[in-house]
Ligand binder design. Structure first.
Ligand SMILES: [Zn+2]
Length: 288
């Protein structure tokens, strides 16, 4: 089972002199930093705040940003709190709060409907589950990794094509033909037949470049010989082989923090002030 928290729901609340009607005011009093799935309190992983006195002359604009993230399941919550204290000069004494809470999505490892970025992030942490993913998803996974690695467009041809081509890399005038094998057993040997088939498919597609990717951990000796022979005889210009370890190393070269959605939400500059929303918000709200 893959747990994904890359999507979130936004809640917004506001009240004060400028709001004719308080909007979702309960939001200010809800408990923050509590994982709803694991049922325990979380320490904030990001705390930042500042008092802006330059945007509105004569007014203090307090802004605070907090993020909590559950170490156990990955659930997260981001909050942005704003309080403007400028009644005399601006007629403003207003509170605003935005809370983005991660939504839990669950996928079976073998599912064909799992979004590729979710699968890619998961496989980079749990390599051994690559043997259980859907064969179509393996093609998409290789396409996604090669798009970054070779910095090119990748066309997923898939099984509808009977020419033994799974992907085509569009990285020059001449496309690169890619064969992808998602083996369910790591110890499977890729045979010479697979290599010959790919050479044939490459030449029939009017290309001279190909790549064979497999989740098995080795190619047979005769398979490697056949590949070297195709290069020596200049049947093809390039012929790369990726086994389990080399594909995983490539995938991990482009590991990103993409699953940390909240990193993209941060908007306050680093400041010397740092306090948790709970320490900051309550006294202000109570004084209203
Ligand atoms: Zn949790």
């Amino acid at each position: 089972m893959i747990l994904d928290y890359s999507q979130f729901i936004e809640h917004y609340g506001s009240y004060g002199l400028n709001c004719l009607e308080a909007n979702n005011r309960e939001l200010f009093f809800e408990k923050r930093g509590f994982c709803p799935f694991c049922k325990f309190n979380l320490e904030a992983v990001h705390v930042n705040s500042l008092v802006d006195v330059s945007t509105l002359k004569g007014a203090e604009w307090h802004k605070a940003e907090n993020v909590w993230e559950c170490e156990k399941c990955g659930w997260w919550e981001y909050s942005f709190y704003s309080y403007i204290n400028g009644e005399e000069e601006w007629g403003l004494k207003d509170w605003e709060l935005t809370v983005n809470s991660a939504i839990l999505r669950e996928f079976e490892v073998a599912s064909n409907s799992i979004p590729i970025e979710v699968l890619r992030s998961y496989i980079s942490k749990r390599e051994d589950d690559v043997f259980h993913i859907h064969h179509k998803k393996m093609e998409e996974l290789v396409a996604s990794v090669f798009k970054d690695h070779y910095d090119c467009e990748v066309q997923v041809v898939g099984k509808s094509n009977d020419g033994g081509v799974d992907l085509i890399l569009i990285n020059s005038d001449e496309p690169t033909i890619v064969q992808v094998k998602r083996r369910t057993d790591r110890r499977k040997t890729e045979s010479v037949k697979e290599i010959r088939d790919l050479i044939g498919a490459t030449l029939l597609a009017d290309s001279r470049k190909c790549i064979f990717v497999t989740t098995s951990d080795h190619f047979s000796e005769s398979a490697i010989k056949a590949r070297n022979c195709a290069l020596t005889k200049s049947l093809v210009d390039s012929f790369e082989l990726y086994d389990f370890s080399s594909f995983m190393s490539t995938l991990n070269l482009y590991k990103t923090d993409e699953d940390k959605q909240w990193l993209r939400m941060l908007k306050l500059p680093e400041s010397v002030w740092s306090y948790k929303l709970s320490e900051f918000a309550k006294p202000v709200i109570n004084s209203d």
